[in-house]
Ligand binder design. Structure first.
Ligand SMILES: C[S@@+](CC[C@H](N)C(=O)[O-])C[C@H]1O[C@@H](n2cnc3c(N)ncnc32)[C@H](O)[C@@H]1O
Length: 171
């Protein structure tokens, strides 16, 4: 194999990996990859009033779009991502963030003051139980795109849903 053939094969493999990586988190019980649009990210920060005293988690953090915004607001930020390429990009992109390569269902969330999620309705259903069990009263949860069925939001702006633990669960 000459250099040109090697580079072509490597590019094809990388391209295939990138395409597959968008979808394979579905096998781990989470959403595939789509980043939250920047305008929505800023609005989510405003809704949850993210600031320097916050411990902010994005569970399924992708390439770090949301973490970047939370960091700008002065929060300590933690991302959890199951797909290695996005995890690596996020780590390189968001300096000072703790970015965990792993399954969001297995990472403890007890020290969070704000949790952001952009998953699918059936995933939110599974996460609801974990969030309700682990988060402290007063913790804000922002879900983009899909509400958390069975919880009453404290604020809704377009397709962003804000929940406050202790006020929203008993619906
Ligand atoms: C719709 S994207 C959202 C990305 C990012 N939060 C944002 O809003 O820009 C969902 C992300 O969750 C990740 N994901 C899916 N299942 C996961 C799991 N079980 N643990 C950790 N991450 C997961 C996917 O790899 C993907 O990057």
């Amino acid at each position: 194999m000459d250099l040109a053939e090697f580079l072509l094969s490597a590019s094809i493999c990388l391209g295939l990996y990138v395409i597959l990586s968008i979808f394979w988190p579905l096998l781990a019980g989470g959403a595939g990859y789509t980043p939250t649009p920047r305008g929505k990210t800023k609005r989510a920060m405003d809704m949850a009033q993210v600031g320097p005293r916050d411990f902010f988690y994005d569970i399924g953090c992708g390439t770090g779009t949301v973490l970047t915004e939370a960091k700008k607001r002065g929060a300590d930020v933690v991302g959890v991502e199951i797909e290695p390429l996005r995890w690596l990009i996020c780590r390189l992109r968001v300096s000072g963030a703790r970015v965990i390569l792993g399954d969001m269902f297995k990472v403890p969330l007890g020290n969070a003051s704000v949790v952001f999620l952009f998953q699918y309705p059936n995933v939110n259903k599974r996460l609801k139980e974990k969030l309700g069990r682990e988060l402290k009263p007063g913790t804000r949860v922002v879900s983009y795109a899909w509400k958390i069925d069975g919880w009453k939001p404290t604020m809704v702006v377009e397709d962003l849903y804000l929940y406050t633990i202790g006020e929203t669960e008993s619906v």
